[in-house]
Design a protein around this ligand. Structure first.
Ligand code: ADP
Ligand code: MG
Length: 184
């Protein structure tokens, strides 16, 4: 009697406490594709975000078309940004994003080169993190119109740690190469 009572306490209590301690964090994920029906890859990528464990998609921007940056001799990109509520830590969340990229057949070739689907963790709450393989906020987000324009559509007032509000970043960049797709 004593043993089973004791046993149930040690099996149940820690789980309850663990769940209570995992905070829900608002994160933003930028999606981009310029190969094999890019709009379909981005749309499916957003669906895939919905099946990431402990993660719920809260808002999704329109789809945007953007001219390639850096390596210019490649097709235009389709981009979007999704807002999620997640109870995954930043590292497991990034792993889930890279797994979705692999499922879409992503091969890593030329930097900034063509890709079937790119998923970047642009913001994770107000976290600032510099680790091998993971930097948050994404180090180039503030200069990328194809991230800032869709992000400003769904979260203009969001603070980017160390950089100010999204709306201010939008005012500082040249957004000319990014156009919203009609009817999406
Ligand atoms: P980019 O998105 O800048 O064009 P890649 O998609 O090829 O480049 O990313 C290369 C690596 O960048 C990934 O393997 C990942 O480990 C790393 N990385 C660092 N920080 C982040 C982040 N915030 N989001 C996504 N990837 C990141
Ligand atoms: Mg990436």
């Amino acid at each position: 009697m004593f043993v089973s009572d004791h046993g149930s306490r040690i099996t149940h209590l820690p789980v309850t406490r663990y769940r209570a301690r995992v905070k829900t964090v608002t994160a933003f994920i930028a999606l981009g594709s310029n190969l094999d029906d890019p709009a379909a890859h981005v749309a499916r990528g957003i669906d895939d975000l919905g099946s990431v464990p402990r993660t719920v998609v809260k808002r999704v921007s329109s789809l945007y078309r953007s001219a390639p940056v850096g390596f210019r001799d490649q097709p235009d990109f389709i981009n979007a940004v999704a807002q999620v509520a997640t109870r995954l830590g930043p590292r497991p969340l990034l792993e889930a994003l890279l797994e979705i990229e692999r499922r879409h057949g992503r091969m890593r070739g030329v930097p900034n080169g063509p890709r079937t689907l790119d998923l970047d963790l642009v913001l994770y709450g107000d976290l600032v993190l510099h680790e091998p393989g993971l930097t948050v906020p994404h180090p180039r987000m503030h200069e990328r119109a194809f991230v800032i324009v869709p992000l400003a559509e769904i979260a203009p007032h969001r603070l980017v740690p160390g950089r100010g509000r999204v709306s201010r970043l939008l005012a500082q960049i040249d957004a000319g190469g990014v156009t919203r797709l009609a009817g999406v």
